[in-house]
Design a protein. Structure first.
Length: 222
C-alpha cells in the first residue's frame, strides 16, 4: 500500500464517509509490520534510558537521585535528549538543500541517527574517568533515538492513505508498549541476577555487567 495510490481518493464521497481501514486490513501489508517491528524494538530502549538511569547512577557510582549531584546529572541527561527537537530538521535539509525526495531524505537522516547511539558502548568503559561521561553519552544516544523515532512516525504518511494512519499508528503504539514492558522487566531480572551472582561480562562484574549487556542491546534504535 502506498499513499500515492490513494491520494486521489477523497475522504468523503458525497455525503458518505469513507470507512477507516480496519486492523485486520492493515496487518495484510508489509509496511505495517515494518512499522510494528520498528516500534517494538525501539520504544523499550527509550523507556529504559528514562526509567533506569537513576538506578544506574546509584548502582555503579553510588549517586542517589535524592542527592544534588544525582539530580543535576539526571537533569543534564534529560536536557541533552531535548536535542531531539532537531530530528525533523535533518530530513528537511536533505530535501531542500540536497534535492532528495521526502522519502530518501528521511531514510538518510534515520540512518545517521541510528549510528549515534553506538556511543553508549563507550559509556561504561570510559565511566571510570567520571560519571559525567556516561551521562553525556547516554544523553546524546537518547536524543538520536528520539529523532529516529519521530521520523519513523512520518513514514506512515508516506506509505498509507490518511484513513489508515490512525489505525497503523495505534498498532505500532501497542507494539512499542509491549517492547517497553519486555525490556524493562527483563532488565530488572538481569540486574538482580547480576548482583546476586556477581556475574562477569566483558570485564565488568555484578550490576555493572548487567548494565553493559543492556547498553549493548540499546546501542542502536533498530
Amino acid at each position: 500500500m502506498n499513499q500515492d495510490d490513494h491520494e486521489q481518493q477523497p475522504e468523503l464521497q458525497g455525503n458518505t464517509k469513507v470507512p477507516r481501514t480496519t486492523i485486520s486490513e492493515c496487518l495484510k501489508y508489509k509496511q505495517t509490520w515494518a512499522f510494528v517491528f520498528g516500534k517494538f524494538m525501539t520504544d523499550g530502549v527509550w523507556w529504559f534510558f528514562l526509567f533506569w538511569m537513576p538506578a544506574y547512577l546509584s548502582a555503579v557510582y553510588d549517586i542517589k537521585s535524592s542527592d544534588t549531584e544525582g539530580q543535576l546529572a539526571i537533569f543534564v541527561l534529560y536536557a541533552i535528549t531535548m536535542l531531539s527537537i532537531y530530528g525533523g530538521w535533518l530530513p528537511t535539509y536533505f530535501v531542500d538543500k540536497k534535492g532528495m525526495n521526502a522519502y530518501e531524505g528521511r531514510m538518510k537522516a534515520m540512518l545517521l541517527f541510528a549510528f549515534v547511539p553506538l556511543v553508549v558502548l563507550l559509556a561504561q568503559p570510559l565511566g571510570h574517568i567520571s560519571y559525567w561521561i556516561p551521562v553525556i553519552l547516554i544523553g546524546f544516544a537518547g536524543a538520536a533515538h528520539q529523532s529516529w523515532s519521530a521520523n519513523i512516525f512520518s513514514t506512515i504518511g508516506d506509505a498509507f492513505p490518511k484513513r489508515s494512519i490512525a489505525t497503523v499508528t495505534g498498532i505500532g503504539g501497542l507494539a512499542g508498549g509491549v517492547g517497553a514492558f519486555i525490556i524493562n522487566k527483563t532488565s530488572g531480572w538481569l540486574f538482580d541476577y547480576a548482583k546476586e551472582t556477581q556475574m562477569t561480562f566483558m570485564g565488568f562484574k555484578g550490576e555493572e555487567a548487567g548494565y553493559f549487556i543492556i547498553f549493548s542491546f540499546a546501542r542502536l534504535p533498530i
